[in-house]
Design a protein around this ligand. Sequence first.
Ligand code: 4AD
Ligand code: MG
Length: 477
Amino acid sequence: MKHTRVKDLLNSNNTLHEVNAKGWVRTFRNNQFIALNDGSTINNIQCVVDFENTAEETLKRITTGAAISVTGNLVESKGAGQKYEIQVKKLEILGDSDAEKFPMQPKKHSLEFLRENAHLRVRTNAFGAIMRIRSVLSFAVHSYFQQKGFVYVNTPIITGADAEGAGEMFQITSLPLNNLPKNEEGNIDYKKDFFGKHTNLTVSGQLEGETFAMALGQIYTFGPTFRAENSNTSRHLAEFWMIEPEVAFNNLDDNMDLAEDFIQYVIKFAMDKCGDDLKFLEGRLLDEEKSKPQAERSEMALLEKLNFVLENNFKRVSYTEAIDILRDCTPNKKKKFQYIINEWGADLQSEHERYLVEKHFKCPVILFDYPANIKAFYMRLNEDGKTVRAMDILFPGIGEIVGGSQREERFDVLVEKMKALGIDEEELWWYLDTRRFGSAVHSGFGLGFERLVLFVTGMSNIRDVIPFPRTPQNADF
Ligand code: 4AD
Ligand code: MG
């Protein structure tokens, strides 16, 4: 008999004769009530066992974590809390789960413990909800861009380029590390390597994406990116997913409009599709915050916060204005910041970004026109000769969620910049071709997918919104 998903059973319009459900036991109480979950929804279906007519042996095997199959009628539930339940006629144990050993006991576990058991944590309510929301958000990304006629591009994962020029790359090689071939100068001879050159895992698909935008007009990428930055924070992963749209003929203002519209769309999409999961996570967050001092608690509950982002325009502020605000703010004057802001040109740390968003503006902020020397080589130089057409979007509780810019479309200016930064023109000959042949104004941005999931789920550590996180000293599973 084909089984019916728990979600469909719970959403049924009427009682049903003879249904079959399969899933994993969450709890079994009074030798009678099974809470069964199959991952289709956060809600369990109650299965009522006729314990007097069920073998003692079988009852003993209905333990937390066991996979079972139940067949019976879907009837109106007498108990509170659910509309329907299954009156079990036939119960089959598909896979036992030793109650003593199964790590996901029906009690509260710490997030650290759950990370160590990332292969099983998805069987908990919170992680089931997070991963369903993540899936819906990634569908929303495609839905948004496809509906607008963007072309989805798969940029290479292995590349010779350092798109961000930050040198934070994982090298790729098939050379024997204990016996590296050397050239005449005594350096490693990458000509003997698999690709005949030095390669690494991509830090961004932007440069390749730009070449496609200069042919297809509007494109987006959505794929894994890798950064070997030794940042052991709750916002950084060594392997994360990035969405990078790139649009020909868009200037920075168009780019900001696109980013804002896109973010609001995907959040709304998740709110429409994931009501139960978000409600659960809102409760979880309230619970978690009870243990925090008042000052550290969020001012808004999760759904209120998401609605706030949908209903309010992001505040657009120039870097120069932001520096003025930061220089004069109380935490700066009282030396409460770890990095004190003294002058124009300072790079902003996440403490500064979060001050602007959470304390000063109290809404998402788009900072633009940053000093050229703290941003990547490909950003368009402004007429003032010292700032570039960059934008970062800052979110409450997250800090930077988007980084983007209008690109330097002028061949000479770009080459000049690359020379000054020691970026190899020969390695990027193909990138420079976009400026040689039919160059035009164009812009794009990168959204860190996990930072978006972090915001939507109200979680506080990025390791908890990706199935199997990769961070310094950790690549388990
Ligand atoms: O600001 P970033 O480095 O910009 C780029 O890579 C550009 N090429 C994007 C573009 O213009 N097409 O990274 C973009 C976003 C950040 O705003 C952040 O959300 C996320 O990627 N990000 C990370 N997320 C998780 N872990 C990390 N280590 C991240 N580094 C960046
Ligand atoms: Mg950035």
